[in-house]
Ligand binder design. Structure first.
Ligand code: PHE
Ligand code: ZN
Ligand code: ZN
Length: 379
């Protein structure tokens, strides 16, 4: 069972930790995450609790295994970040999205009033936190409605920092038409929103630009993220250091998983630099003594377009309609033989269909990874 730290360190202490590590951990903080090839010997213990991969015991390591010197580092302490992500903030977002679905025919699908209201909510939250969100519109043809053309949009909000090393942090905002989509993907939206808010509250001043993205049209065919990548110039693609995706991060019978960036576990590797993203997330889980495993990087979420354009990518995922294995139940609790999210794409994907403790842990992981890229020295 997981023990949660019961206290929150005041944001002042976060500041102190930030400035301390900025001065003292030059080697760790200074390597550009995308450029540092991680060494093989001290790989994080990603497989220690990964029941789906019995074939690779060699990759197991004790939780105390040394993290490779050149692995990317976050300038914040992983335990401090976890503690800062109290469930309250994320729950408020889930409640708001649930109310919006309830008031709009039970869903928040692209092209509907439920999507528009979800967008207004996200924009209001971003503005209140000091960001200036913009809408990026696009259209797509919706198969289920005999090729009807749907107008939709993404929401983008930037921090300051060098645009030449932008990290894009994204979650799809739309739901399926069959339900309110609070776990898929209200949970990811909550994680991104809280990461954006926390960075302001903690006084983090990114050296590199962070672009928070809320995608439309994901459930219809990943249209929003594809449109975003399509409209980038070659130069802008080259200036995108990484894409971090969150799509379903509070599955009620879930697992903690990180996309297999280097393809060593499932055979689908992302572009060079994707392993560094995988390593950052594993470091967070290790430092918090939380079991985690890899999950295939084989498509089906908004990272697709980024990987196809050669942009390093990664992400967090707690599971959809796959069944939980015995080994996973031992690592994470929950019920073996049942779906990781039994309400996947159904009307029962309500606020009750979310594991709030898991959402806290995964949101902290997203924030930790985001800061690593935001503060990476890029030479
Ligand atoms: N994108 C899928 C959905 O929204 C779920 C998914 C998440 C697939 C993460 C792959 C990776 O239904
Ligand atoms: Zn979905
Ligand atoms: Zn999804």
């Amino acid at each position: 069972m997981i023990t949660l730290r019961k206290h929150v360190l005041p944001s002042l202490l976060v500041l102190v930790l930030l400035s301390t590590s900025a001065c003292t951990s030059g080697a760790a903080a200074g390597s550009p995450p995308g450029a540092a090839p991680s060494q093989s010997g001290g790989a994080p213990s990603k497989s220690a609790d990964a029941p789906s991969k019995s074939a690779e015991p060699a990759k197991s390591a004790s939780p105390s295994a040394a993290v490779p010197e050149q692995a990317p580092a976050s300038t914040v302490d992983a335990r401090t970040v976890l503690a800062a992500f109290q469930p309250r903030g994320m729950v408020d977002h889930l409640k708001a999205l649930q109310s919006i679905a309830d008031a709009n025919g039970g869903n928040r699908a692209s092209g509907t009033s439920g999507y528009e209201e979800s967008a207004l909510y996200v924009e209001e939250q971003l503005r209140a936190a000091g960001y200036a969100p913009v809408r990026q519109t696009f259209t797509f043809k919706q198969d289920g409605r005999r090729g009807k053309t749907v107008e939709s949009f993404n929401i983008l909000a930037d921090t300051g920092g060098s645009a030449g090393h932008t990290v894009v942090v994204g979650a799809h905002l739309d739901s399926v038409q069959e339900g309110p989509g609070i776990e898929d993907n209200g949970s990811g939206v909550a994680a991104v929103l809280e990461t954006a808010r926390w960075m302001k509250e903690a006084g983090i001043k990114p050296a590199n630009r962070v672009r928070f993205a809320f995608w439309g049209g994901e459930e219809d065919g990943l249209y929003g993220s594809q449109h975003y990548v399509d409209q980038l110039s070659q130069e802008e693609i080259g200036q995108t250091a990484a894409y971090l995706n969150v799509d379903m991060v509070a599955s009620p019978n879930g697992v903690r998983s990180v996309h297999d960036g280097d393809g060593t576990d499932f055979g689908h590797a992302g572009p060079a630099g994707s392993k560094a993203i995988e390593d950052i997330f594993f470091r967070y889980f290790e430092e918090n003594s939380l079991p985690a495993e890899t999950t295939p990087f084989d498509g089906g979420s908004d990272y697709d377009a980024f990987l196809s354009a050669g942009i390093p990518g990664g992400g967090l995922f707690t599971g959809d309609e796959k069944r939980k294995t015995e080994a996973q139940a031992q690592s994470y609790g929950g019920v073996a033989g049942e779906d990781l999210d039994p309400c996947y794409h159904q009307s029962c994907d309500t606020i009750a269909n979310n594991d709030l403790e898991l959402l806290q842990e995964m949101s902290g992981a997203l924030a930790y990874g985001t800061v690593a890229y935001a503060m990476a020295k890029t030479g």
